[in-house]
Design a protein around this ligand. Sequence first.
Ligand code: KG4
Ligand code: ZN
Length: 380
Amino acid sequence: MKILSIETSCDETGISLLECSGGVKNPTFKVLANALSSQAKLHSPYGGVYPNLAKREHIKNLPILLEKISKKTKLKKPDVIAVTSGPGLEPALWTGIVFAQELYKKWNVPVVPVNHMEGHIISPFGSVKGNFKIPKINFPAISLLVSGGHTELILIKDWMDYKLIGETLDDAAGEAFDKVARMMELPYPGGPEISKIAEERRTLLLKKLGSATARARGIFQQENIRVFQEQGPEISLPRPMLKSKNYDFSFSGLKTAVLYLIKKINSTNELGKLDEKTKSKIALEFENAIVETLVYKTKKAMEEYKSSTLIIAGGVASNTHLKRVMKKELGKKINILLPGKGLATDNSIMIGMVGYMKYLKKGGKFGNPKNIKAEGGLRL
Ligand code: KG4
Ligand code: ZN
């Protein structure tokens, strides 16, 4: 069965064609074609995604990408269409939904609405080319979803059976990275930029101080939060919500702490700009703070729910330090699954995968797609 999948929830326009086979327990996929157009550069001057610009670009790109896919695969008509219906930016989501509705008029094939977050959860099993399948994993699994719009801990009882156990009360982790990057005049998206300079400084300090001292000061890897608080790093930022008993996060206070810190530094700086060294110090401490919080709560959830499988997904899942500390803290017994190249950030392959599983689960029964609505705040 051929599934044409469409993704437009944020600033990436994606269309893929997947050949899908197998049942709910053993779905198998082959990528026939995959097209993605990123708008990141266009949104860069705004320091974040500008919804109306995203909408305009999706409308422009969707027919171009479809043409590309159709040409490559000589596609006449797919068997099913899968489209992201939420969560995300509603003006952006609508462009994909309306496009799918138009294609339905032409092809009269079922249209499966897909939850974007479910796509991220399944993304570690995908690939941008070739064949892949969804293997058997041990349930319950825990998923840490960290993107520009979400920071969630999800209990996965089985595929398509999820429970949200914790989430951010304000900013998402990726959003905090982007906003702090903007404060330091680093380009959008800020996550990779902050991570790059933080990692450079970490390596430098490690060389200078030696690993034992650096570790004790919490510079390389935070193993003991108490030691960290006693000794303090070069610049100190809070670790929000570590003491709360639930699995929720909060990054807005951390972001504000960076703002005050920059203002404090700038008052003695005539140009009002940060030098490169200060930027890298802030980046390092900020990244450590985010990573420690994410790792601490994830570890707690893994223990409470006796889970041995962790899926980390969403754009922030590509953060080197997060992956490193998570592996170290959770130990060898935990199976950590991460999306491969091109699957961590938004893409349409993951939407096609979920689309197929949902299609199978519902026995192919999907009504007229005119009822599909964009739901910016759609929950799992
Ligand atoms: O999942 P995604 O592509 O889009 C959303 O659905 O939001 O995630 C994008 C987010 C951005 O905030 C970006 O700064 C962040 O992921 N990001 C990173 C890294 N790569 C992307 N954050 C930290 N470290 C990275 N290496
Ligand atoms: Zn996403």
